[in-house]
Design a protein around this ligand. Structure first.
Ligand SMILES: Cc1cc2nc3c(=O)[nH]c(=O)nc-3n(C[C@H](O)[C@H](O)[C@H](O)COP(=O)(O)OP(=O)(O)OC[C@H]3O[C@@H](n4cnc5c(N)ncnc54)[C@H](O)[C@@H]3O)c2cc1C
Length: 285
């Protein structure tokens, strides 16, 4: 996976056939699908950047926007971590290994991870919002010498809904400072309880003038995360959010995902916070 600038699909309407080569159950209702493009020529040229998404197409059912959550070089497959919601994602969940589908993409803007070289980077994720951040975290850890301190603040509803639990440990061993909090605890949980915003408030070794923040999760979570970060002195020009809006075409034609002057599909999903702040405060929250 590359860093900036975002990759662009050669023809945004072309749906490439793909095969499910592995399914990794994550948490209840969420699995990661390893999708291998069937055509070797397409497979060798397809590329995408952390934060971008594909439109997954299930014939006879429809399409859904799904972020790329990683790459498996062994099987040359692109990972998509999906929560089962409606028709497309339910059909995907029923495919199993060897199942066939198609994808269009990649689409959208990417995390500006390379532009943050020389700074501390704080990743803040809520729930399944960790999925679009995972490639950016992996990329930063693979180029750790370029960055200052790398931190992940992650909030889940309960211990049972912590996504990529094993990977959090691997990341810690790779030098990522990881803090996790849950909204609701259970008997075995020894960690923090409370909203992820509290982790932003308590962040140690935080230099707002030398830090970039990338955040993804429910809108209301991002609103309060950003508010806390700004109160601690971070400039809104150093914060990026990834927005999710119902979309259909992914290329800015249909208008479903318009937010203020922007189309989330082509101008986002990753936006610098100051550019969208007024629309987030009014229309989206
Ligand atoms: C840029 C982008 C990236 C995304 N990445 C992921 C991802 O990595 N993993 C993942 O599981 N999902 C992701 N989504 C959400 C996913 O596209 C929707 O859940 C999609 O609707 C699922 O399709 P479906 O046919 O299964 O369900 P649908 O039948 O389309 O929807 C089920 C229900 O969810 C509602 N809904 C649909 N889309 C949205 C939305 N964007 N916001 C709020 N409600 C909605 C519908 O109105 C309906 O009530 C992403 C969305 C966007 C815009």
């Amino acid at each position: 996976m590359n860093a900036d600038p975002p990759a662009i699909a050669a023809n945004p309407w072309t749906a490439h056939s793909a095969e499910v080569v592995e399914v990794v159950p994550e948490i209840t209702g969420v699995a990661t699908y390893h999708l291998r493009l069937t055509n070797p020529a397409v497979r060798s040229t397809y590329s995408c950047c952390p934060g971008q998404f594909n439109m997954l197409y299930l014939p006879g059912v429809g399409e859904a926007a799904i972020s790329v959550s990683g790459y498996n070089p062994t099987t040359e497959s692109w990972l998509h971590t999906v929560r089962t919601a409606g028709g497309v994602t339910q059909t995907l969940a029923g495919l199993g290994c060897g199942g066939k589908l198609a994808l269009r993409g990649p689409f959208g803007s990417s995390w500006p991870i390379d532009a943050l070289a020389g700074r501390d980077v704080v990743f803040v994720a809520g729930g399944i919002g960790l999925a679009p951040l995972r490639p950016a975290i992996d990329w930063a850890l693979n180029h750790a010498a370029k960055f200052g301190r790398l931190t992940l603040l992650y909030g889940a509803r309960s211990p049972a809904t912590i996504l990529y639990a094993d990977q959090l440990d691997t990341w810690r061993q790779s030098g990522l400072h990881v803090e996790v909090t849950v909204d609701r605890t259970d008997a075995g949980w020894m960690g923090r309880v409370g909203v992820v915003t509290l982790l932003v408030d308590r962040l140690r070794s935080f230099d707002p003038h030398a830090t970039g923040m990338l955040t993804c999760g429910p809108d209301v979570m991002m609103k309060y995360v950003v508010r806390s970060a700004l109160e601690r002195g971070l400039k809104s020009t150093n914060v990026w959010v990834s927005l999710e809006r119902n979309m259909q075409c992914a290329v800015g034609f249909c208008g479903h995902c318009q937010l203020g002057p922007a189309f989330v599909c082509k101008d986002g999903p990753v936006f610098r916070y100051d550019r969208m702040a007024s629309y987030l405060d009014t229309e989206a929250l």
